[in-house]
Design a protein around this ligand. Structure first.
Ligand SMILES: C[S@@+](CC[C@H](N)C(=O)[O-])C[C@H]1O[C@@H](n2cnc3c(N)ncnc32)[C@H](O)[C@@H]1O
Length: 465
């Protein structure tokens, strides 16, 4: 006999019961005036998942192994991927006239530019940045430019990767008609591959995923866009996100946030200098140490117990190559055996300052001086991957797996690298990693993961496979 679906009144009762827990997990304010939309999102979630009884729903939202994925799906019903190309023209003007020229000055020696669009929705924001860089800064063609785009919604990320847009995405710009960037097919505008390849899309939940993260390449950044995301989140959650962003940026790096976010004072003047630029306000990271004193994360304070960062000079007294940090030589010397740990710490410090080339030299030397150092191989792989050298990245990861065949981070990254190169073997690698991760307790920490726990790792792998 099939159970009768829960009535609207029963759903409303359950909603009251679980709302507080959900609020903690999502970082969202679920008690505000959007009550009707929230209740509708809840009904939609129940319907889409064919949850036929109150017990089913309760179980889905409380079972540790499935809870994270369920919450993300629920959140995706609540957030609107409202976005369009060159949204907030003032920000893009400031990017062109102030931010990028300053970065060109700061970075002329290593010629790298790293941008992160956090909460990128369907990709219009990161692609606008990519177009602006190509169109207005031809000299940057010789630079190593990376744009990372992340969002909580898998559906939005898929659309971003596909890079096919409708006229509505161009409601404040005519860039869609520019044949240098778009080709029109019927009612779709298809972005050219050159710009598409400049942006990497990754799934990342800003509320409880770990960042800054070396492996996820959220360190040493020049610019972060965080616009129109905080509107969904509780103020203290957004403040903690902005605090973490400060640690992802190199000193002198820039944070572009929406007007609402500015007026709600989500940032600390200790971390950021507020710069008025025409009609807009920019935040620039101060050149001071930023200690690891975050508010606890709603689900698990992953970054607090990070395997990597626990011994990292990014933390505590000796943070960020500051006053008490070990002296950093401008040209790294080759580490002898036994010095590789210090070399890797220095490398992390270089990465946090955005000095990728110096970090790369140290990591390569550490990896060859101490071939048993799994961490060096993982870092080496992350940098090779970032530089688009998938072959070297895969080689380093296979070396790490040779040393520890259960190294989950190596499995995950190898799967991602192979998938990026279109190799079908990636599916098998993700499956193997899933089997290993499922044998762990959900709260167990994954080594070398910047503090990810097995439960979260399983969710990521499930999305990959
Ligand atoms: C209104 S869109 C903003 C898109 C773009 N930044 C802009 O300003 O045009 C908000 C985006 O934030 C994403 N989002 C909401 N909560 C998030 C979270 N916890 N982690 C990551 N992304 C989140 C939503 O999925 C949505 O795509």
């Amino acid at each position: 006999m099939t159970a009768a679906p829960p009535s609207v009144a029963e759903l409303a009762g359950l909603w009251e019961e679980i709302r507080d827990t959900l609020e903690t997990d999502t970082g969202m304010n679920l008690h505000d005036e959007r009550q009707e939309r929230l209740a509708e999102a809840f009904r939609q979630f129940v319907h889409d998942n064919r949850l036929v009884s109150l017990t089913d729903i309760r179980e889905r939202l409380t079972d540790p192994a499935r809870r994270g994925a369920a919450i993300e799906e629920f959140v995706s019903h609540l957030t609107v991927g409202e976005t369009f190309f060159f949204r907030n023209a003032d920000h893009f003007r400031a990017l062109r006239e102030t931010v990028i020229p300053a970065i060109i000055g700061d970075r002329r020696r290593d010629r790298t530019l790293r941008v992160w669009s956090g909460g990128c929705a369907t990709g219009e924001e990161p692609y606008s940045i990519a177009i602006l860089i190509e169109r207005d800064f031809p000299a940057l063609a010789a630079w190593d430019v990376r744009i990372l785009a992340t969002d909580i919604s898998k559906t939005f990320l898929e659309k971003g990767r596909a890079a096919r847009y409708r006229a509505w995405s161009f409601r404040q710009t005519d860039i869609g008609n520019d044949p240098r960037y778009f080709k029109q097919e019927k009612d779709e505008f298809i972005l050219n591959e050159r710009i598409r390849d400049r942006v990497r899309f990754h799934h990342l939940n800003l509320v409880y995923d770990a960042y800054p993260s070396l492996l996820m390449q959220t360190v040493g950044l020049d610019i972060i866009f965080f616009r129109n995301v905080a509107i969904y989140l509780k103020e203290e959650v957004s403040q903690s996100i902005v605090r973490r962003f400060a640690r992802c940026l190199r000193p002198g790096g820039w944070l572009l946030i929406g007007e609402v976010e500015i007026s709600h004072r989500l940032f600390s003047e200790d971390d950021f200098e507020k710069i008025r630029d025409g009609e807009t306000i920019l935040l620039r990271r101060r050149d001071t140490e930023i200690p690891m004193t975050y508010a606890p994360a709603p689900i698990v304070p992953l970054w607090r117990v990070s395997h990597w960062t626990s011994s990292s000079p990014l933390e505590g007294e000796a943070g960020r190559g500051g006053r008490d940090a070990p002296a950093v030589t401008p040209h790294p010397a080759s580490p002898s055996r036994g010095e590789e740990i210090q070399a890797l710490q220095q490398a992390r410090s270089f990465l946090a300052d955005g000095q990728v080339q110096l970090a790369q030299q140290l990591i390569d030397r550490a990896a060859s001086a101490e071939p048993l150092a799994i961490e060096a191989h993982l870092l080496s792989a992350a940098l090779a991957d970032e530089a688009g050298d998938l072959k070297s990245a895969a080689e380093s990861l296979r070396r790490a797996l040779y040393l520890d065949r259960d190294c989950l981070m190596a499995h995950l990254l190898l799967g991602m690298v192979l998938r990026g190169g279109g190799t079908p073997e990636s599916a098998r690698i993700f499956r193997n990693a899933l089997a290993i991760a499922r044998s762990m307790k959900p709260a167990e920490l994954i080594p070398y993961s910047d503090g990810m726990c097995a439960g979260r790792f399983i969710q990521i792998l499930e999305q990959m496979s």
